[in-house]
Design a protein around this ligand. Sequence first.
Ligand SMILES: [Zn+2]
Length: 140
Amino acid sequence: MTEATAPVMPAPAPIVNPENKPFWDATVEGRLVLPKCQNCGSINWYPRVFCPECGKFGVDWIDAAGTGTIYTFAITRRGMGAYGKAGPYVLAYVELDEGPRIMTNIVDCDVDSINIGDKVRVVFHDTGSGSALPRFTPVS
Ligand SMILES: [Zn+2]
């Protein structure tokens, strides 16, 4: 009898454009940055140079703590396509300590032990294309 192999979590490369490049460049350095509006101070998700709160252009890229709380999640038992061998895996919304809620994966965990409200911290999965995907792991 052979042991089951660990699930393989793909890290597909994102589409990088001039608006979100500062975000993706930081991920390669292991930093999670967020756009903070220069006009109203709102910290926004997703990464862009336009503020959806006040309608102005211009943001400062601030370093996030990289910690947050699981807002909600689903367990995918059987993935499809590139994620065909990744299951079971957790798709979640994590509420960052700075406020934004981001869709992500919870990794390096027992998927059946995840709960809403669990504290998590960011980890980065290199895409091999000049970016890394921010995913989260439980803080014990
Ligand atoms: Zn604003």
